[in-house]
Design a protein around this ligand. Structure first.
Ligand code: SF4
Length: 577
């Protein structure tokens, strides 16, 4: 019998509904004894926010000579393996966090030496004579975020006062009433049918005085706690999906330190996003493309858009003769200031991408994630010293984030995403420019936004038929452009095949009926890893391919797909993304 995950109640399948009743979906068994571990601070997620929080807490313990038990959990097999960014990094927070560290020792990174901004038509490139201010990157570094995270974890390990565990996923939060009291880690060794395998090990109940939630964009813990405790900001969070490849190119074409951003083709005028080319060291380039998940086209496919973008003459010319070496994809929170949730509750705080701390105009979030982690560490240490970890005692963290440069940068672009969504590309770009000059203000402040799936048009509305033309398989030539399976191979994604699917579709009847007719089963298109297939009039899942981008959890029009953690260690194995 197929495994049925435990859920509490069913969601209301309204496309774009901002507030569905959210069930807790868990793949853990409920009939086992679990060991409990008590700690002072539990940090969930070893990305830039979680690592910065752990390093700063380690530093505070030394400064104050006050030992605490601090534990950092990371779901990837090793630190950095699940990290994906463009990525150009503002160094402000890292310099504050590790003032003695030489950024030149971060592997696969280089200072930005030149910026460019191109508008693309299908066959031409128009280079802006003056790069718009948000796209100027002097003083920043082009990095591989996976290398940055691995490098930070080495520093944390060397300090030796925080316990770090890679390969452990947090299945769900533990509560005592509304108070967060820790997490339960994911059971290991459950087969496809939910039965124990010989290697079965129940997850731990990790009970903490404070839990620092850094589970990344659309993290399963964040998704659940935000809805459960009503922490939403004034606007719902909005997202884009970024799809990228690392290429090793002909050294004669390589310009180390050069950063190019593109807008325009192949996105439609009502679609939000753009492309990038970042020249890393050693003849490597990061090329990628982001697209808004509020796209009206029900068959919007971020991976296919990226592959098409690579066929533009200027991108093709750069890559031809080179070799693709790695692939990754990730959703990005772009809702901005008005979508930031309440950041502190009884026993827990939210940091980094999980809290939506990303400057969507400058495409910069790494330093904001790090800064939030550092500020969380300071408030948490103070709260523990007073033995008060209530919401009130942790609230200074929320205020500190909003009063710091994190808040300043988000405030400055607080209406950008809404202007793009409401006005389309040209009107949106003009309005974003005006907002930049006016310190973020638009004709009215606090422009509203809708949940991303509200942007969907039905097949009939978009194509005039329920049977639109099939995408062209010849879009992938195997040398410049790749199908999803080839790209997944280059992500290193691997999961134990004999485990319950970590993509939980709560009501597959909706897939077979309403979704087929209304939207043409868009999961098959929007997933950049070919996890969802439509076969013999039914949905087939290939969870092993999943690159953990979270697009399905966001873009599904009915809100019935839940990404939950697979067994710890499963997922992509990035080294350059
Ligand atoms: Fe991303 Fe979902 Fe596809 Fe996994 S299954 S790669 S999270 S869209």
């Amino acid at each position: 019998m197929p495994f049925e995950p435990e859920t509490t109640e069913s969601p209301d399948p309204r496309p774009g509904s901002a507030r569905i009743e959210l069930p807790l979906v868990t793949l853990n068994r409920s009939d086992v004894e679990r060991e409990t571990m008590e700690i002072d601070v539990l940090i969930v997620g070893g990305g830039p926010a979680g690592l910065a929080c752990a390093i700063r807490l380690g530093g505070i313990m030394q400064e104050r000579d006050e030992p605490l038990s601090v534990l950092l959990l990371e779901k990837a097999a090793s630190f950095g393996a699940h990290q994906v960014s463009g990525g150009v990094m503002d160094m402000t927070a890292l310099e504050e966090l590790l003032p003695d560290a030489d950024p030149a020792t971060i592997p696969v990174s280089t200072p930005v030496t030149k910026d460019g901004f191109w508008y693309l038509t299908e066959s031409r490139k128009l280079a802006a004579p003056i790069v718009p201010p948000p796209f100027r990157n002097e003083g920043k570094r082009i990095v591989s975020l996976s290398r940055v995270a691995a490098w930070m974890s080495e520093r944390l390990e060397a300090a030796g006062n925080v316990d770090i565990f890679a390969g452990f996923a947090a299945d769900h939060l533990l509560y005592d009433g509304p108070r967060v009291v820790g997490v339960q880690t994911r059971d290991q060794g459950i087969d496809k049918n939910g039965e124990k395998k010989p290697n079965y090990e129940p997850g731990y109940d990790l009970r903490a005085r404070v839990t620092v939630i850094c589970d990344g964009v659309r993290g399963n813990l964040t998704k659940e706690i935000v809805r459960r405790l009503g922490l939403e900001g004034r606007n719902p969070q909005s997202y884009e999906t970024g799809v990228k490849e690392i290429w090793r190119i002909d050294p004669a074409k390589h310009r180390e330190g050069t950063v190019i951003h593109t807008v325009g083709w192949p996105l439609a005028a009502d679609e939000f996003g753009g492309g990038w080319i970042y020249h890393l060291p050693d003849s490597m380039v990061s090329v990628g493309h982001v697209g808004g998940l509020d796209a009206a086209d029900p068959l919007f496919d971020p991976h296919r858009k990226f592959q098409r973008w690579k066929t533009h003459p200027v991108v093709r010319e750069l890559l031809v003769g080179g070799e693709m070496v790695e692939y990754g994809a990730k959703a990005i929170p772009v809702g901005g200031w008005y979508a930031v949730p309440t950041l502190a509750v009884d026993g827990a705080v939210l940091c980094g991408d999980s809290a939506g701390l990303l400057d969507s105009a400058r495409l910069k979030g790494i330093h904001l994630a790090m800064k939030s982690g550092m500020l969380a560490a300071e408030t948490v240490a103070d709260a523990l010293a007073k033995d008060d970890t209530s919401a009130e005692a942790l609230r200074p963290y929320d205020a500190a984030v909003r009063d710091s440069y994190v808040g300043d940068q988000l405030l400055r672009v607080r209406n950008v995403h809404q202007a793009m969504t409401l006005g389309g590309r040209w009107v949106g770009m003009v309005r974003a420019g005006m907002q930049w000059l006016l310190g973020g203000r638009d004709w009215a402040d606090g422009l509203p936004s809708e949940p991303d799936p509200a942007g969907y048009r039905t097949l009939v509305e978009r194509y005039g038929t329920t049977s639109p033309p099939e995408p062209d398989a010849r879009d992938f030539d195997g040398t410049l452009t790749f199908d999803k399976l080839t790209d997944v191979y280059h992500s290193g994604a691997a999961h134990d095949e004999d485990q319950p699917s970590h993509l939980v579709v709560l009501d597959t009847d909706i897939c077979r009926t309403r979704c087929t007719e209304e939207y043409g089963n868009p999961c098959v298109e929007f997933c950049p890893a070919h996890v969802y297939e439509w076969e013999l009039d039914d949905l087939k899942l290939n969870p092993s391919n999943c690159v953990h981008c979270k697009t399905c959890d966001i873009r599904d029009p009915y809100g019935i797909i839940f990404w939950v953690p697979p067994e710890g260690g499963g997922g992509p194995r990035h080294t350059y993304t």
